[in-house]
Write a protein that binds this ligand. Structure first.
Ligand SMILES: [Zn+2]
Length: 314
């Protein structure tokens, strides 16, 4: 009898943990931010040179392309109950996308997922919120949105590790793996379509990561790419283009190799002036379209990270 009771208790504990793991989201008391200071919105005035489209990928999964220069993208999952949109791409883009979903898909926007708290991807989310959408982010996004006075929506709900959304016969699962590019990166998985939104950590094709790794956490970046590579996914939206799992394996190997090279050079006592000339790139990497723009900046970002996480003999 005792054993049965213990078993029942453990089973109940497992079920409750499972339920919590499915949706551990919390409502944000937005009223406390009602009079928050908001920085001027740079994405509201210049709507020219924003070529845009909303195109079907597979079944109810679509993807928007737009934002400045048409350089931004996010998935849209539609259903009879409304659409889920990943990111907003600025206020001009959000206004266009809200109308486009209404006319093309004939549904309202039900959910907007903020991939991470960087303005260039999430600016404009207030357009959807004002039209009735629920805005969701990882909980760490709240602080920079408020603290940096970002002109976007304050999320309605935040989650910690995982959140499942089921609506109109469709599913999306939000995951937080760890700090990577920002400490609020949400990976949005669409299991029915084997599709994943992985913004600014994943690469679209063979390319070097952006610039000097702004808002960068090395260990979590690698852990996030390792997590992506393990998922049952064949389409990855990077927020700027489309990539494959193979692209992420290449990106991961590059990042580790760069880290190991820079660390070895720092340990040799090399200062920046020599160090950046001594990092080796493969012939293949030298042919990447963004090699010229990014390779020195990538070394700089890694040099900064390694220097801050290295002590030596003292
Ligand atoms: Zn970013």
């Amino acid at each position: 009898m005792r054993i049965i009771q213990i078993f029942a208790f453990v089973a109940a504990l497992c079920v409750s943990t499972l339920v919590r793991a499915q949706d551990e989201s919390q409502a944000v008391n937005r009223s406390q931010y009602a009079s928050r200071e908001i920085a001027p919105d740079p994405s509201v005035n210049n709507c020219t040179n924003q070529p845009h489209s909303l195109a079907q990928m597979k079944g109810n999964l679509y993807r928007w392309v737009g934002g400045p220069g048409g350089g931004y993208t996010g998935f849209v999952l539609t259903s009879p109950e409304g659409a889920l949109v990943v990111d907003a791409g600025g206020t001009c883009n959000a206004r266009w996308l809200l109308d486009e979903i209404k006319t093309q898909l004939k549904v309202p926007v039900k959910y907007v997922i903020l991939s991470h708290a960087h303005f260039d991807h999430i600016g404009g989310a207030q357009v959807f919120q004002q039209a009735g959408a629920t805005v969701i982010s990882q909980k760490n996004a709240l602080e920079p949105i408020i603290g940096d006075k970002l002109p976007t929506a304050v999320p309605d709900r935040v989650f910690e590790n995982q959140m499942k959304l089921t609506f109109g016969g469709e599913n999306a699962i939000l995951y937080y793996v760890g700090p990577s590019h920002s400490n609020s990166m949400t990976l949005v998985y669409f299991p029915t379509y084997k599709a994943l939104q992985c913004v600014d950590v994943c690469e679209a094709g063979r390319a070097l990561p952006f610039n000097d790794f702004p808002d960068f956490y090395y260990e979590g970046f690698i852990a996030t790419l390792d997590w992506v590579i393990k998922q049952d996914v064949d389409t990855i939206n990077t927020g700027h283009g489309m990539g494959t799992k193979e692209d992420q394996q290449v990106a991961r190997d590059y990042m580790i190799n760069l880290h190991d090279q820079v660390l070895a050079l720092v340990r040799k006592g090399e200062e920046w002036d020599h160090l950046y000339r001594d990092v080796k790139f493969t012939d293949e990497q030298k042919k990447y379209p963004n090699y010229d723009a990014n390779h020195i900046l990538n070394i700089l970002g890694m040099y900064r990270y390694v220097s801050e996480h290295h002590r030596g003999v003292w």
